[in-house]
Design a protein around this ligand. Structure first.
Ligand code: CA
Length: 224
């Protein structure tokens, strides 16, 4: 999953970037509201974390611009502690969730996970269950029936994306856009290697190749 973090408080942003990367998210970071308004509209983010007090353009205006342009990416807004009216304005402008500063980072991470699940139709789950698999995002392992299967970081990131998009055909370039941040080199051969590793661990049929189109994750249920 690829996230955009818009936060002009550098120390906080550094910590959040590091924490989010540890959780297997690709993160792009911007400090300026105008840059965010543009980049959030052209890059395919899975979720955006948006501070409201920003140089360049206020966060509320950034959000309003995205929604006016029909960008429906889930947005989690960060607001100042006392500004209850900001929270209301944020929700009115189209925020999907908000968090009040100062916050515990753990809470932000749990909200990000929940918002991503919710936006893909897994609203009532506190862990991601899809296609016969249960993903433990905290430990970065996957459970299949009574088995626990260890994953590398790259396999975990890919499997999480697949599970959230079960049954959809995903091209390699689409996967690369959503698994790597804007500065990483996107090598589709590497993706192929990780797909094959997942097949080896979970069963050959969990990921179907559609020639010329991409991969479709069907999970273990279809294979049984
Ligand atoms: Ca700020």
């Amino acid at each position: 999953m690829r996230l955009l973090l818009v936060e002009d408080h550098v120390a906080l942003a550094d910590e959040l970037c590091a924490g989010l990367k540890q959780l297997g998210y690709a993160v792009d970071w911007l400090t300026d509201g105008r840059d965010a308004a543009y980049q959030g509209a052209v890059e395919p983010y899975d979720l955006i974390i948006l501070d409201l007090g920003l140089p360049g353009l206020p966060g509320l205006d950034v959000l309003a611009q995205w929604r006016a342009a029909l960008i429906n990416t889930p947005v989690l807004v960060l607001t100042a502690r006392s500004a209850w009216s900001e929270r209301i304005d944020g929700l009115k402008a189209g925020a999907d969730d908000y968090l009040t500063k100062p916050f515990h980072q753990e809470e932000l991470y749990l909200r990000v996970q929940a918002l991503l699940r919710r936006s893909h139709g897994f609203a009532n789950q506190n862990q991601l269950n899809a296609a016969g698999l249960r993903l433990d995002e905290a430990r970065q392992v996957v459970h299949s029936q009574d088995q626990t299967i260890e994953l590398t970081g790259a396999e975990f990131r890919l499997l999480r994306y697949f599970m959230l998009h079960t049954g959809q055909v995903l091209s390699k370039s689409h996967l690369a856009e959503h698994l790597y941040d804007g500065e990483s080199e996107r090598d589709s051969n590497v993706l192929e290697v990780h797909v094959n590793h997942l097949r080896r661990k979970l069963g050959r049929d969990v990921i179907v190749t559609h020639r010329g189109q991409g991969y479709c994750f069907t999970g273990t249920e279809a294979a049984e």
